[in-house]
Design a protein around this ligand. Structure first.
Ligand code: FA5
Length: 340
């Protein structure tokens, strides 16, 4: 019994001498570890003569409880003191300059798209979104390209493992969606979005790129409206003095079909490397909506007409910012992206 009292006094004295966490841990091991003195003293109850066993057990437990409580109190006190010390000696210097947070920005492709949206919304066009995963019917057939039509070869297509389901090769199938939704009302929309083609990747061609489709349908929509819209667009995006040239072309879903060039922004038509000496840069394909497509969309070609165009904003931005390789857009190189 007297050993227990001596053990408690010694342990308490040592505990009070502990001045940091390491010392406290060592104390704990010494008294409460596997071979700790308190643990052994409690175990010893089995070897005490039966007459004294009860009193010994009670006393041992009391010593254990007293020391446990004292340890907890000392622990809390030391933690508090450590906190106090760090607050007073390692004070926070609020005058230190902060770490700079790198500033993000819009991707150049997004910027160009937004410029295009702004121009067309000023002209009264609404923005209409349509799906990127299409069916063969809408991407080709309803656009006047039946199966095996040779014009399908103009678009090398990514097909999926589900027959008839593909990644759209152009935004033109959106024409069908918007017509079927709005017929017989007039339409004036642009349809921006991602397109996919199974093509050789070059400085001018990606397998994944944006297009912006335009569609206007009404009572007396003519080629003159198309021309006026395109000229206004080119002058807003590239400068008031731009000249626009129209060449005849072929698309199965427009009749007549045209391709639109703009005088070269670098040499103003004299001929340079950008325009390959021709003085002109191609900016889009367009035409008057084919009667078959109007009918497929739910409009009567005898009563109304429409124009459509499709452009590639990545190629247009290549002209605007003199970007010599289209692969830079999706290359994720900050040296390129941070220039815009
Ligand atoms: C078409 O896709 C037609 N649907 C456009 C159209 C719409 C004509 C409505 C008439 C009426 P084309 O295949 O030429 O046409 O593509 C249009 C534009 O998309 C091109 O001028 C080019 O700017 C862009 N483009 C085409 N292929 C790629 C490519 N692989 N990478 C980047 N841009 C491309």
């Amino acid at each position: 019994m007297s050993e227990l009292t001596a053990l408690q006094d010694r342990a308490l004295a040592e505990l009070n001498a502990c001045s940091d966490e390491a010392a406290l841990r060592a104390w704990n091991t010494k008294y409460f570890g596997k071979q700790g003195e308190v643990v052994l003293a409690v175990k010893k109850v089995g070897s005490v003569p039966p007459a004294e066993r009860r009193a010994y057990g009670q006393h041992a437990n009391q010593v254990k409880e007293t020391l446990t409580k004292a340890h907890e109190e000392r622990d809390a006190l030391l933690k508090e003191q450590a906190l106090e010390r760090s607050l007073t000696t390692e004070g926070l210097d609020v005058t230190l300059p902060g770490r700079p947070v790198p500033r993000g920005r819009l991707h150049v492709a997004t910027k160009v798209l937004r410029e295009i949206y702004a121009i067309f919304s000023d002209l009264g066009f609404q923005i209409y979104r349509s799906r990127e995963v299409e069916d063969d019917l809408t991407n080709f057939e309803l656009l006047n390209m039946p199966p095996h039509h040779p014009a399908r070869d103009l678009w090398d297509t990514f097909h999926t493992t589900t027959p008839g389901v593909l990644l759209r090769t152009h935004t033109s199938p959106g024409q069908i969606h918007v017509m079927r939704e709005l017929a017989p009302r007039p339409i004036r929309v642009i349809l921006p979005g991602m397109c996919y083609r199974y093509e050789q990747i070059t400085v001018r061609s990606e397998i994944q790129f944006h297009q912006v489709e335009g569609l206007a349908i009404g009572d007396h929509v003519t080629m003159a409206d198309l021309k006026g819209t395109i000229i206004t667009f080119a002058r807003r995006l590239f400068g008031a003095e731009r000249q626009v040239r129209i060449r005849s072309s072929y698309f199965p879903f427009t009749e007549p079909s045209i391709e639109v060039d703009m005088d070269c922004i670098l040499c103003a038509g004299k001929g340079c490397a950008l325009c390959k000496g021709s003085g002109w840069l191609e900016i889009m394909g367009a035409g008057m909506v084919h009667p078959v497509v109007l009918r497929n969309g739910g409009y009567d070609p005898a009563k109304c007409s429409g124009f459509a165009f499709g452009m590639g904003p990545q190629r247009i931005a290549q002209l605007k910012y003199a970007i010599d390789d289209i692969r830079l857009y999706w290359g994720n190189d900050l040296r390129f992206l941070s220039q815009f």
